[in-house]
Design a protein around this ligand. Structure first.
Ligand SMILES: [Zn+2]
Length: 246
């Protein structure tokens, strides 16, 4: 057996081994995956509900520092199944798929805006150590590659650790992340695209955008994979009402 044959056998064996660990079935609908599909089948991806209006800026509570807001799909049950309830390894694959799909969806828009660099919403180092990965970076990196735009995961750092935004009301969300970000090195970049997984009030994205503004950014657009169908302010009010009733 020559080296090429040996490598080919190894490749086949390791592929078989990986198939045992990660059976090639769709994690959502259980149908068998095709050769070019990973974790979630294309049929499930196409059943996600796209957000048709691409500029979402008027719909967020906190937009200070942000010029444009783009978001891919509504946060419905299917979206939730895809983005949550997945093991670490699958999350990488899914985040990559989200990144590539978003890049294709908004390619023209991002090109018109002359974006120079893609950055993810950063996690504080303590949180990054606990979780082991930054989901925004896992989406942002393949997105930047697909768009052929520079990618700088550490251009803005989160120097203050914050509590989870999901436990807070609208005003507290802004206070919680205000001043949490610091620009480490702007280089020559002035036109930014900030990436996050889910858009809610926009408080975190706005805090990150404002730190870039202070350092001299000219244009900042943000992009997220999903957003709830109901405006978040309304949703929090409803939740509070329910809390008071119970
Ligand atoms: Zn499926």
């Amino acid at each position: 057996m020559n080296l090429t044959q040996y490598q080919s056998v190894l490749k086949t064996l390791s592929k078989g081994f990986l198939d045992v660990i990660y059976p090639p079935f769709c994690l959502v609908c259980d149908s068998k995956l095709m050769v070019n599909e990973k974790a979630v089948c294309s049929s499930c991806w196409t059943q996600l509900t796209p957000v048709v209006e691409w500029d979402w800026k008027e719909k967020i509570t906190f937009g200070e520092g942000i010029d444009k807001v783009m978001t891919g799909w509504y946060f419905d049950d299917l979206f939730q199944t895809i983005i949550h309830n997945l093991k670490y390894q699958e999350f990488r694959i899914i985040a990559k798929e989200f990144g590539i799909r978003l890049a294709k969806m908004f390619k023209q828009e991002i090109s018109n805006d002359q974006i120079e660099v893609v950055i993810p919403i950063s996690l504080h180092k303590v949180k990054l150590k606990q979780r082991g990965f930054n989901q925004s970076a896992l989406i942002a990196s393949p997105m930047a590659r697909e768009l052929h735009i520079e990618y700088r995961p550490n251009l803005v750092i989160r120097h203050r650790n914050t509590v989870s935004q999901t436990s807070l009301g609208v005003d507290d969300r802004r206070k919680n992340v205000s001043g949490a970000f610091r620009v480490k090195d702007m280089e020559e970049f002035r036109r930014f695209l900030i990436v996050d997984d889910v858009l809610t009030t926009g408080a975190t994205l706005s805090a990150c955008a404002q730190s870039l503004r202070k350092s001299g950014a000219h244009y900042i657009s943000v992009i997220t994979a999903g957003t709830p169908k109901k405006p978040v302010v309304k949703q929090i009010e409803d939740e509070n009402e329910n809390d008071q009733r119970s």
